[in-house]
Design a protein around this ligand. Structure first.
Ligand SMILES: Cc1ncc(COP(=O)(O)O)c(C=O)c1O
Length: 406
C-alpha cells in the first residue's frame, strides 16, 4: 500500500470502518500507462460496470476514449457526469425503453445482442440513425478461464448462423449503419492468451466480412484482461499486449480495434479497510471475525478466491482481559454475516493478528462494493474515501461528502 494511503488508513476512526479507500493518483497513473501501451488504432473504453464511482470515472475520463455501459441506469449515471463522452451500449436484454433512452442520450454505438433486439431498435429509431456492432459468439476455442461468455452455447451475442438475417434487416433500413462486429468472449485472460483470442476473432471477422463482400471498419473485442488475485504484483502485461496488437493491426489495415476492459483498470485502486472484531479457535483452526464482510466486498465469494490483504497493526488495547490473537498460523478471515459463505480469505498465514488490528483488503476497486448484497442483515454501509495528491474527500454512509483533508 502506498504511504499516503497507509497514512489515511491509520487515521481512520474506528467508527468510519469498514471503509473503501480509493487511490486516485494510482488510478490515473495506471490508466495513463495502459493508454501509452496501446497503438493509436486501438480505442479504449472503460466498462463502467466494474466500478461506476463518479470520482473514479472523472479520474479516468481523460485517459479513455469513452465508456461502455450495459443498462439504462448506467447511461443516466454517465450522462449525468459527462454531457458529451462517447458511450457504447452493450449487454443482453436491452428493453425498447432503454434503446430509446440511449438514442435520446446521444449514445454513439449500440452493441446488438440478437435479431429481436435489432428489430426492437427499428421500432424506436423514428427519424434517428444508429451505429451498431453485432455482438457475435465467435466460434473459437476459449481456454479455461474465470468467466467464459462465448465459445460454446451462451446467452450472450448472436450465433454466427443468425448474422445474415441481421444483415438483411440492416440492408433494408437506411437508418442503421453496421460499423462492425463485437466479441467479448471471456474474462481473466493474461496478455498472451488475450492476444491469441483477439487474433482469432479478427481473423474470423475478416473472413466473414470478405465472404459477404462487406467492409468492416471496426472490431470490438470487449474486456476480460486478467488480474491475479493470488498475486497482486502480477499485473496484465499491457506493453506486451499493445506490441502484439500493433503487429495484428498491420495485417488488418483500415480496421479500428476497440477494447473495453473494466476489472484490469480499476481493481488495483480500491482497498476495503476493516477491523478484527474477534479471534477464535475452532477444532484447531483460527478464525478472525471482521467488521463488515462479503455484503460489502462480495468479490471473494463471487470468484471463490482469497482476497489479498495487508495487516495494519493497531497497538491500542484497553480491556482488562488478554487480547485475543493468532500467531504464526493460518487464519480464515470471515465477516459478520450469519452464513458460512461469508469468507474473505481462507487459511492465510499471518505472523500476528489481534482483535483491533486493521485489515486492508487489496484489489477491491472492481466488482466489489457495486456487486455486493448491501442490505443483507442491515449492517451499516462502509464509508468512502478518495485519496488524491492534494486532498482526501470523505463520503459518509449516505453518500454525502462530509469532509476534506488537505
Ligand atoms: C460486454 C462486456 N464488455 C466488457 C466487460 C468488462 O470485462 P472485464 O471487467 O473483465 O474487463 C464485460 C464484463 O462482463 C462485458 O460483459
Amino acid at each position: 500500500m502506498r504511504a499516503a494511503l497507509l497514512h489515511h488508513v491509520r487515521r481512520l476512526a474506528d467508527e468510519e470502518l469498514p471503509a473503501y479507500v480509493y487511490d486516485l493518483p494510482g488510478l490515473r497513473a495506471h490508466a495513463r500507462a495502459i493508454r501509452a501501451a496501446l497503438p493509436r488504432r486501438v480505442r479504449l473504453l472503460y466498462a463502467a460496470k466494474a466500478n461506476s464511482d463518479p470520482r473514479l470515472l472523472r479520474a479516468l475520463a481523460e485517459h479513455v476514449d469513452g465508456f461502455e455501459v450495459a443498462s439504462g441506469g448506467e447511461i443516466r449515471h454517465l450522462r449525468g457526469l459527462f454531457a458529451d463522452a462517447p458511450i457504447a451500449f452493450g449487454g443482453p436484454g436491452k428493453t425498447a425503453a432503454e434503446l430509446a433512452q440511449a438514442l435520446d442520450a446521444g449514445v454513439a454505438r449500440l452493441h446488438i445482442e440478437s435479431e429481436h433486439e435489432l428489430r426492437t431498435l427499428t421500432t424506436v429509431l423514428g427519424e434517428r440513425t444508429a451505429d451498431v456492432l453485432l455482438r457475435v459468439n465467435v466460434p473459437v476455442a476459449v481456454r479455461s478461464v474465470a468467466l467464459a461468455m462465448g465459445g460454446g452455447p451462451s446467452p450472450f451475442g448472436l450465433d454466427p448462423a443468425q448474422l445474415d438475417r441481421c444483415l438483411r434487416i440492416i440492408a433494408t433500413d437506411g437508418r442503421i449503419r453496421l460499423r462492425g462486429l463485437h466479441a467479448h468472449l471471456a474474462s481473466g485472460l493474461d496478455a498472451h492468451a488475450q492476444l491469441a483470442l483477439v487474433e482469432q476473432v479478427m481473423g474470423w471477422a475478416d473472413r466473414w466480412a470478405h465472404r459477404r463482400g462487406i467492409t468492416l471498419s471496426e472490431v470490438d473485442v470487449g474486456g476480460g484482461m486478467g488480474v491475479d488475485y493470488a498475486d497482486p504484483g502480477d499485473v496484465f502485461d499491457w506493453p506486451a499486449f499493445g506490441a502484439g496488437l500493433r503487429r495484428t493491426l498491420e495485417r488488418h489495415p483500415g480496421l479500428t480495434l476497440w477494447i473495453e476492459p473494466g476489472r484490469s483498470v480499476t481493481a488495483y485502486c480500491g482497498w476495503y479497510v476493516t477491523q478484527v472484531l474477534d479471534v477464535k479457535f475452532s477444532r484447531g483452526e483460527a478464525f478472525a471475525v471482521l467488521r463488515g464482510g462479503t455484503h460489502h466486498l462480495r468479490t471473494p465469494a463471487a470468484k471463490q478466491h482469497d482476497q489479498p490483504f495487508e495487516i495494519v497493526p493497531d497497538d491500542s488495547w484497553h480491556q482488562a482481559w488478554d487480547r485475543p490473537e493468532a500467531r504464526d498460523e493460518p487464519v480464515t478471515l470471515v465477516g459478520q454475516l450469519c452464513t458460512p459463505k461469508d469468507v474473505l480469505a481462507r487459511h492465510t498465514m499471518v505472523a500476528r493478528l489481534r482483535v483491533g488490528d486493521r485489515i486492508a483488503f487489496a484489489m477491491a476497486g472492481a466488482y466489489a462494493w457495486n456487486i455486493s448484497h448491501h442490505e443483507f442483515l442491515m449492517h451499516p454501509h462502509p464509508t468512502f474515501h478518495h485519496v488524491d495528491d492534494a486532498e482526501t474527500s470523505v463520503v459518509d454512509r449516505h453518500g454525502t461528502c462530509v469532509g476534506r483533508t488537505v
